[in-house]
Ligand binder design. Sequence first.
Ligand code: NAP
Length: 288
Amino acid sequence: MTVDIDSGTQLLGLLGHPLEHSFSPKIHNYACEKLGLNYAYLCFDILPEDLKEALAGLRALGVRGFNVTIPYKRDVMKAADRLHSPADEIGAVNTVVNENGIFHAYNTDAGGFLRMLKKEAGFSPAGSSALIAGAGGAARAVGISLLEAGVDSLRVVNRTPGKGKELVAEWREFYPGTDLDAGELRKEYYSPLLREVELVVDTTPVGMSPNTDVEPVLSPSVLHSNLLVVDLVYNPAETVLMKAARRAGATTLNGEGMLLYQALEAFQLWTGVDPFQLDWPENFFHRN
Ligand code: NAP
C-alpha cells in the first residue's frame, strides 16, 4: 500500500500519544490509493508539552486535516476555531479540517458507532433501551449517538459511579424526555437492568490485548439471547465479553466497524469524496 508523493500531495495525519498500534494510517492510505486521491496520512506521536507547538506547526504547514486521539480529544476541542455538532455535546473532538488556516473540529465517533449498529446488526436505537458500561470518552460519544437516535431509556454503569452519574446529569439537561440513570458496575445493580435492555455497549478497555485473559466487565450469568452486545475493543477480534455473550446466544459486535466508519466519515470531511463506496476486504484490520 503506497501513495505516490509529489509536490501536490496533501497531508493528513493522526495526533495522539502513544500511537504505536494505530490502524488509522492503514485505513486512510488504503482509501487514498483505491480512490486515486493525492493525500498521505501519517502518525504524529506528540508529547503533551509539545501539543501547542504541534498544532501551530500543522497550521503553518497547511495540512488538510487530522484525527485526534487519546489524550488530546478535549485539548484540541478547546484549541479549535469552530466546533461542529456533535463534538460540542460529546465534549471531545476526533477530527479537524483545516480550511485555509481555520481549524474546524468534529466528532465522527458517534456517527461511526450508529453506522456500525445499522450496517452490521441492522439495529436502530429509536425507542429501544440500552446499557453502557464505562463513563469515559467513548461512553460520551456512544451515549450522545444513542440519545440523538432516540433511545427510550439509557443506563450507565461505571467502576467509579460518580463519573457515570455526572455524565447522566449532563445528558438529563439536554434530553429531559429520556429515562436516564447511572450506577456502580456491580452485579446487584446491573443484573435486573440487563433483563430489560436490548443493547449493551462495553466502552471499557477490559479484555483488550495484551490483557485478554480477564473476567468480562459484565458477569456471563446475566447475559441472554435477546441482547445485542457490542464491545468497542477491536483487538482481539472476539473479546472475553463477546465470547460469553455468544455462548449465551446473544448477537455480538466488536469495535472494528466503529473504527472504520468514524475514519471514513473523517476522510469524507477532508477530501469531499465518499469512501463508503469502496469494498473493504474481509479481515482488513488483521491482515498484513
Ligand atoms: P477512557 O476515557 O479512559 O475511559 C475508560 C472507561 O473504562 C472509564 O469509565 C473507566 O472507569 C473504565 N475502566 C477502565 N478500566 C476498567 C476496569 N478494569 N474495570 C472496569 N472499568 C474500567 O477511555 P475511552 O477513550 O473511553 O476508551 C475506552 C475503550 O474504548 C478503549 O479500549 C478504546 O480502545 C475503545 N474505543 C474504541 C473505539 C472504536 O472506534 N472502536 C473508539 C473509541 C474508544 P473509571 O471511570 O472507573 O476509571
